[in-house]
Design a protein around this ligand. Structure first.
Ligand SMILES: Cc1cc2nc3c(=O)[nH]c(=O)nc-3n(C[C@H](O)[C@H](O)[C@H](O)COP(=O)(O)O)c2cc1C
Length: 469
């Protein structure tokens, strides 16, 4: 247990106070008072004028509740008005800023925010949630958690307490501040969090990503906000292909492909992940697969409501942004040298990259490991994202939308490869650092988000050929 010096000569005694967010708008019409915040509005009816006036002053300020009541009385309000003020503040509890001055302010950020002061005994212990994080935001240091519908803004004096809360701390060390952190869902008493089976199963980063890439639990800009529209153009719809020797690819006749394909339902029902191959693919097969799954069909835009160039491809892509790029690491392919290639989706050709052999081998080894060592990859397709194309348009959901588009591309590869009698297998893990090095990419600008194996044909020995799957 840690002693926490949160009070002392240099630090005034913590004082609980309430207020409203700076951006809250308090307005009244026809006897109805509305408090509007970015995530929703609450309405109150029949409040005395004196109480309304006090509430109007609350945005961006903090006040001790008793001091507010005294001000009400001093301004001529009745004791009934004062009682109504306390009642109103308790009703407004979910939308109020709750502060322990000068340490921290608990700010509501979502429509269903609840601030429930816990019943804690001085000897109880409390610890920060393992999902809580401290980061630098516009307003300074903030404490956030996907489990909380509040954000806590932190003063420097709060740091000793926060540091101590990495381990269990007795409530009596800082009752007000600890109570506020528990009420906001940033900290838990005892081992409540560890014992929750739903929470135990979440990785820290997964739960944060889930909370922030869906609406409802935060107040961040969300969806197609085009936040860089006036600042910078998006990266181009078609990536400038790298320099290197080009390999023109076979482009099939779609009429012939349609005539040769098994019926759609047969393709869908026979699709399997295949990890063992009868033969390596031919360069003609690779050309047909890439053409039918991933070429650029056309480029269009800008258009009203779509202030950027977009494209059409066989797989669906969020916003028609098409931020994904494809790279092939070839171990064995009939008619194509082993090596690393960029797929130019407009020119429908491969461009040879100057990758190091040991990096290419490491990519193939990582892919094999992802199959539990079952596959000895012939061709690994690495899917990267040019991230800024998506974040130029979308806020909060850019990366989530990219991963969804990767899923759509996986299925398109699966179905086309199955129709062609090839051997497809999507992979769930890949090394983005290794891929960036191998492919000569800047990790933050463009790096891998998906990995897909393809062989020429399923081996007789592949389990699914033997009806084991
Ligand atoms: C997103 C995703 C990730 C996958 N990751 C792997 C993987 O890392 N290794 C592997 O061998 N198979 C992987 N697979 C294939 C699945 O294991 C396979 O789809 C699942 O077992 C169902 O079998 P089926 O595809 O033969 O119907 C993945 C599939 C998807 C869609």
């Amino acid at each position: 247990m840690t002693g926490v010096p949160v009070t002392g000569p240099a630090v005034p005694a913590p004082l609980p106070m309430v207020g409203l967010r700076e951006d809250a708008v308090v307005a009244s019409a026809d006897g109805v008072l509305t408090i509007a915040q970015p995530f929703g509005a609450v309405t109150l009816r029949g409040l005395p004028q004196a109480v309304e006036s006090l509430l109007r002053e609350l945005p961006g300020t903090l006040a001790d509740q008793d001091a507010l009541a005294e001000r009400l009385l001093a301004a001529g309000g009745s004791s009934h008005d004062a009682a109504l003020l306390y009642l109103t503040l308790s009703r407004l509890n979910p939308v109020l800023v709750h502060a322990v001055e000068p340490l921290l302010r608990v700010v509501p950020i979502a429509r269903d925010a609840r601030f429930r002061p816990p019943a804690l005994a001085p000897g109880d212990t409390v610890r920060l949630s393992r999902f809580a994080l401290v980061r630098r935001a516009e307003e300074g240091l903030v404490l956030e958690s996907p489990l909380s519908r509040h954000r806590v803004t932190l003063a420097e004096d709060a740091m000793p307490l926060l540091a101590a809360l990495g381990r269990p701390v007795m409530v009596k060390e800082a009752p007000e501040a600890i109570g506020h952190l528990v009420a906001a869902g940033m900290a838990f008493a005892g081992d409540a969090e560890e014992r929750d089976p739903a929470l135990r199963s979440w990785d820290f980063h997964d739960l944060l990503f889930h909370a922030r890439s869906r609406a409802g639990r935060h107040d961040q800009p969300f969806g197609a906000t085009f936040r860089f529209l006036d600042e910078t153009p998006p990266p181009p719809v078609i990536k400038q292909p790298p320099e290197g020797a080009a390999v023109e690819l076979y482009a099939p006749s779609l009429e012939e492909a349609a005539a040769a394909d098994p019926p759609f339902t047969t393709v869908l029902e026979s699709r399997r992940s295949v990890r063992q191959y009868a033969a390596p693919p031919t360069v003609r097969q690779l050309g047909e697969l890439l053409y039918r799954a991933a070429r650029v069909r056309r480029v269009f835009g800008p258009a009203p409501g779509m202030p950027y160039e977009a494209s059409s491809r066989p797989y669906p892509g969020g916003g028609a942004v098409y931020e994904l790029e494809l790279y092939l690491t070839v171990a064995r392919c009939e008619g194509l040298d082993s090596g690393v290639y960029y797929y130019d989706p407009l020119g429908h050709r491969l461009v040879t990259l100057p990758a190091r052999d040991e990096d290419a081998r490491a990519m193939l080894t990582a892919a094999s490991l992802a199959t539990g060592g079952t596959a000895s990859p012939d061709v690994l397709i690495t899917i990267t994202s040019r991230f800024q194309r998506m974040s130029w348009k979308y806020s909060s959901i850019a990366y989530a939308a990219t991963l969804k588009t990767v899923g759509a591309l996986y299925q398109t590869f699966y179905l086309v490869a199955t129709a062609m009698g090839m051997a497809p297998c999507g992979l769930g893990s890949g090394d983005a650092d290794l891929a960036a090095r191998t492919l000569g990419l800047d990790w933050a600008t463009e790096s891998s988000v998906g990995d897909f194996l393809v062989g020429g044909a399923p081996a007789e020995s592949d389990p699914h050929r033997q009806g084991e799957r």
